[in-house]
Design a protein around this ligand. Sequence first.
Ligand code: NAD
Length: 352
Amino acid sequence: MRTFVYTSHPSRVVFGSGTVGRLREEVERLGRSRVLLLSSPPLAEASARVREVLGDAVVAEFDGAAMHTPVEVTERALAVLREASADCLVAVGGGSTTGLSKALALRTDLPQVILPTTYAGSEVTPVLGETRDGRKITQSLPAVLPETVVYDVDFTLSLPLAMSVTSGVNALAHAVEALYSADANPVTDRQALDAVSAIAGALPRLAADPADPDARADLLYAAWLAGTCLATVGMGLHHKLCHTLGGSFDLPHAETHTVVLPYAMAYNAPAVPDVMRRIAEALGVPDAPAGVHDLVASLGGPTSLRDLGMPEDGLARAAGLAASTPYPNPREVTAEGIATLLSDAWHGRRPT
Ligand code: NAD
C-alpha cells in the first residue's frame, strides 16, 4: 500500500484548435470586461488575433514581457494596468509572459486568462520567480495561479523547431522529476508517464513536420500534464541545477533544461532504478538517461553546457552552489558528485 498526500490546484482548462474564439466568453465568465493584454513582440500576430476576438474589452496592452520576470518590467506594466483601470489579465506567450501576468496578479489580485505558446507549463503552477537587482526570488502562493488556461494548438505552430525541442524537453524534465519526487503519488505518476510518452512520440514527428497539428496537440497536452506535475509535487536535483546555472551564469532557461536533464537522470538512476525503468518504458528505449540524450541529439538540440556558453572555469563554483543548500533528492547530493555531473554535461558525454 502506498501512503501519499495529494493537493490539486484549481484551474479551468480549455483545450483544442481555434479555442482563442472562446476567449471573450471566458473573460465574461470571470465577470470581467476590461482586459490588459500582455505579450511580447515575436507574438504580434497572435496578440492581433486575441485583440480581434476580445474587441473593445481590451482597454490596454503591454508587449514588454521579459525572461525571469524583472520587477522593473512588472512596475511599468502595473502603471499601464492602473492607468486603464483594467480588471482582468490576458497573457499570450511563453513562461516569460505568464510570469509577468502572475507578478501583476500578485500585486492586484486580478484574475488571469493565459494562452500558452510554449511548453513551459507555468500557466498551471502557483509558482512565480521574479528578478530584482539580478537576484531571482521564487515564491509559491495560490494568488498567482491563473484562473483559466486557453490552450490553442494553432498558437504554437509559429514556435520555431529548435525552441519547440528545448521547450518540449523542459516539460519532460517536470515529468521526470515528478516521478522520483518525495511527494510522488499515483495521480501525478500517471500524468507524468503520459507526458513522457507523448513528448517522446511527438518531438520526432514535429522534427519531420513542424506544422503537424496532431504532433503539436500531443506536445501541448503533455506540457499541460507536465506543468500540473510541477505544480503538484516538489522537484529535485535537475531543477536545482538549472536554477543555479540560469541564475548565476545567465544561461537560457529551456536550453539549460535540455542539456542537464540526461545527466541529472544518470546521477539519480542508481537511487531509483524502478522509476528509471518506467521512464525508459514510456520513452520506448532500453535506458532512460541515454535515451533522453539520444532523443535530443537526434532532434539537433543542444547536448553540452559548452554549446550554451557556460565557461569551463565556472563549473566548480556551480557545483559548490548547487550542493550548498540541502533539498529533497532521491540520491544524496555531494559537491564531488555534482562536479562530475557538470563536467560530463559541459563536454556533452553520452550518459552510460
Ligand atoms: P519565453 O516565454 O521566454 O519565450 C522565449 C521566446 O520565444 C520569447 O522571445 C517569446 O516571445 C518567443 N515565443 C514564445 N512563443 C512563441 C511562438 N509560439 N512563436 C514564436 N515565438 C514565440 O520562454 P519559456 O521557455 O516559455 O519561458 C521561460 C521563463 O518561464 C523563465 O523565466 C522560467 O523561469 C519561467 N518558467 C516558470 C515556470 C513556473 O512555474 N513559474 C515554469 C516554467 C518556466
